[in-house]
Design a protein around this ligand. Sequence first.
Ligand code: SAM
Ligand code: SF4
Length: 499
Amino acid sequence: MRIEESSWVKKVIKEEQYEKYMNEGKDFINDDEIWEKVEKNKGSTPEKVREIMKKSLDIQTLSPDETATLLNVKDPSLWEEIYETAVKIKRKIYDNRIVTFAPLYCSNYCVNNCLYCGFRRDNNEEIRRKLTLEEVKKETEILAGKVGHKRLIVVYGEHPTSDANYIADTIKAIYSVKVKTKNGYGDIRRVNINAAPMSIEDLAMLKDVGIGTYQVFQETYHHETYKKIHPFGTLKSHYQWRLYSMHRAFEANVDDVAIGALFGLYDWRFEVMGLLYHTIELEKRFGVGPHTVSFPRLTPAKNAPYSQKTQYEVSDEDFKKLVAVIRLSIPYTGMIITAREPASIRREMLPICTQTDASTKIGIGAYSSKKRAQDLAKQQFFIGDARELDDVVKELAEMGYITSFCTAGYRCGRTGKNIMELLKTGREGNFCKLNAILTFREWLDDFASEETKKVGEELIKKEMEEVRARTPRTFSPKVADELTNYYERIKNGERDLYF
Ligand code: SAM
Ligand code: SF4
């Protein structure tokens, strides 16, 4: 590592910003306790399991004992019930809506050496690149102006050249882009980021430039495994600095935080318990749980020894179980299934998830580069489903799901604590339903192929009928009229009208 890099590294971690949350030097993940709970809750009766399902259906976070009980279910028919309950919960809170987004990789310079990642410092074959702000805008122009995304997750390696100042500049650059489209204009209305743990001061700066969700995956909650795969002395080897990232984000007044684990590094049941303990800790301290939970599975990456076959590889069958148990354990949370998964798995899991990415490219500068084939070689890891947004939207519409491009909630204060309350009581869904219709209309007019438009129009018709049928019970006549008014105005080229 260069001298300027190592002197930067020394300044990143601020002990006083996480030690205060620890109890006698211990963090909130107790590895032994987790395994004890998993052991203790074996062999529960179907009645007990159904009682737990009922609690989830009442949109209450489960206790560690309850989640451990679910993880121990053996009977396939009971698993079927768990899966069905997961679908019901998703429907109850999020109805038939799926939110889509695209990742935008800004820099693959990294001071860390995570044994599973292609961006690791020791991967000499990786071509290192950092987008200039002009290049960031170019990528955004494609995503917002050609594909039609409204949300991005922007990804950065951890490096002095991609520090919080660079991140803030890229967020501003993305928001500044506005592209003329067929019938209106395209822009990115929500910039979420996936970046290294940061200090409260840096996070406050990102809040000022309009960061959406701040996402940091713990990778593995298991202390010993964490130590093994994040070489000693690297910034990322500091388990607690990472674990308390979201505490610092809340202190910096960032509204929405996202957690996740990289499944395949350690036993999947342990990681599900870790995600739950993390949620309980955030709820206890800040009254708000994670806005979303991610559960990527490890995929092979070049020169990343721990990304190849590991003893903890998660089978498709176990993957489905863990997704369902997360839905039941943290019923209100958004759940992201990514393009790392093949289309068939995504299709199966979408009924319990809320967000997915589409037209995904993870090469740096890959959206605006014509040499698409070469991009594959530059990627951090390999993706399983590279379909375009248009194809994904069409498939979803055929399955009865409306793609929501809504980002309104965040801009009218429906975030953090407020949204938790609305979600738990099912009231958020009413705004979302209307905004999903409006943003879907926008997207169909600006970006859809003729085929997708046809399927989409049918779906919109059904959705409008449903709103009418639920007036005045759920929607006031005034709101229903306003919807018609907004809808017509959007058809005439106005954009970004929302409830
Ligand atoms: N550098 C930041 C960090 O590590 O938090 C953010 C960017 S990093 C590229 C984003 C995420 O990619 C990591 O948190 C990790 O979970 C995921 N990742 C790394 N290697 C992977 C692999 N081989 N397969 C799937 N996901 C991987
Ligand atoms: Fe760097 Fe993040 Fe990859 Fe680790 S996971 S090598 S920190 S980019």
